[in-house]
Design a protein around this ligand. Structure first.
Ligand SMILES: *Cc1c(COP(=O)(O)O)cnc(C)c1O
Length: 397
């Protein structure tokens, strides 16, 4: 078996050893129900509130502004439903978002469109970043919500969140950001950036899966998501997943503490990838080269299919991802790559590599030697590449 090189950290990350150790006592010593009256339950309750405080501190939020959820998708859904409930009460039924949001946002908005909401989808342009002026132009008297992601999960580009926050605050519009890719990787300050609601997920920064949080600024009426017990201030019933919540809090604290160091480390390896793989002819970097997450690499190679590339890289022991939605059984190219203006045939030939603090120099060297080989191999078999070579078809990259 070839070495297993994991370069899909935007999909999920390994739980760090420190986090794993921190979670263990919750299974056999601290397993009380935080809602129980006796001391054993209250001990768990205390830990729950410490975890909430830890998460809040990492975002510069207040403790009572943090709600625990099952992950990024739930946080996105909840934030959007809550904000539009408020909008409905004020007869405001217009929402602004971007074309390249995560499906947890886009599919929720599609559902709301069927219920009578109007949605404006801002373009993200070839650099993968929205233009603030276009946001300003899209604002209407009945706009109740702006939901724009902090950093994109496919191409890693970072949006001008603070400017968006300022504009929304000036116009009295709720600003939600899906910060699942950003939290723990780049600095996030909800107060300074005037963010009203923010989604995060534990498994994107070396915490466990199935746990996340929603930050909701004090003063915003958050509607209930799950009816039942009084957990999460009565807004999301169900016994808390304390081992996971604690694991996420520890993971976030660790990620924030070592953020600068890890970012510099990843950036160095990431740029080595860009420099080496940009030498492949008829290729292009997707998204702004610099205004992006330090661990995100994404390129298109003309004349190949992303799916075949992934399969061959898998054979070589490399776990990577493509812009095309091959895993969902759909042949549609990525909505993100189409949003930045890549033509269909090019959007199919994309490669995303997302690094972590566990990625090594040796692994990157191996990838740098392997990818050009695989791209060459696939191009030689491709009828499209043959047409490009013969000049029957024109190059777009
Ligand atoms: C992973 C991800 C999500 C979904 O988070 P889950 O915890 O897996 O539900 C949402 N948005 C973005 C940008 C993501 O990267």
């Amino acid at each position: 078996m070839c070495p297993q090189i994991y370069l899909d950290n935007a999909a999920t990350t390994k739980v760090s050893n420190n986090v794993k150790q921190a979670m263990l006592p919750f299974f056999d010593e601290l397993y009380g129900n935080p809602s129980s009256m006796y001391a054993f339950g209250q001990q768990a309750k205390e830990k729950l509130e410490i975890a909430r405080e830890m998460v809040a501190k990492c975002l510069n939020a207040k403790t009572n502004e943090i709600y625990f959820t099952s992950g990024g998708s739930e946080s996105d859904n909840w934030a959007i439903y809550a904000a539009t409930q408020i909008g409905m009460r004020q007869n405001k039924k217009h929402i602004i978002t971007s074309l390249f949001e995560h499906h947890a946002v886009l599919h929720t908005l599609k559902k709301l469109e069927k219920q009578g909401f109007e949605v404006t989808y801002l373009p993200v342009h070839s650099n993968g970043i929205i233009r603030v002026q276009e946001l300003k132009n899209a604002i209407r008297p009945d706009t109740c919500l702006v939901t724009i992601m902090f950093a994109n999960n496919e191409i890693g580009t970072i949006q001008p969140v603070q400017e968006i926050g300022n504009i929304c605050r000036e116009n009295n519009i709720i600003f939600h950001t899906d910060a699942v890719q950003a939290v723990g990787h780049v600095s996030v300050d909800v107060d300074k950036m005037k963010i009203d609601m923010l989604s995060l997920s534990g498994h994107k920064f070396h915490g466990p899966k199935g746990v996340g949080a929603l930050y909701v600024r004090k003063g915003i009426a958050l509607s209930n998501l799950i009816e039942g017990g009084a957990q999460e201030r009565g807004r999301r019933a169900g016994t808390e997943n304390l081992p996971a919540i604690w694991g996420m809090a520890v993971a976030l604290q660790d990620a924030v503490n070592e953020m600068e160091k890890v970012a510099a480390y990843e950036l160095n390896l990431r740029d080595k990838l860009f420099n080496a793989l940009s030498k492949i002819p008829h290729s292009a970097i997707n998204g702004d080269k610099d205004i992006r997450l330090p661990n995100n690499f994404n390129m298109c190679f003309e004349g190949i299919e992303g799916e075949s590339l992934l399969l061959l890289l898998d054979d070589a022991g490399i776990c990577a991802s493509s812009g095309s939605a091959c895993t969902s059984g759909s042949l549609d190219p990525s909505h993100v790559l189409l949003a930045i203006g890549r033509p269909h045939e090019v959007a199919h030939g994309s490669l995303r590599l997302s690094l972590s603090k566990y990625t090594t120099q040796e692994e990157i060297d191996y990838v740098i030697s392997k990818v050009p080989e695989v791209v060459d191999y696939l191009r030689n078999m491709s009828p499209v590449w043959d047409q490009l070579k013969k000049g029957v078809r024109k190059h777009v990259l």
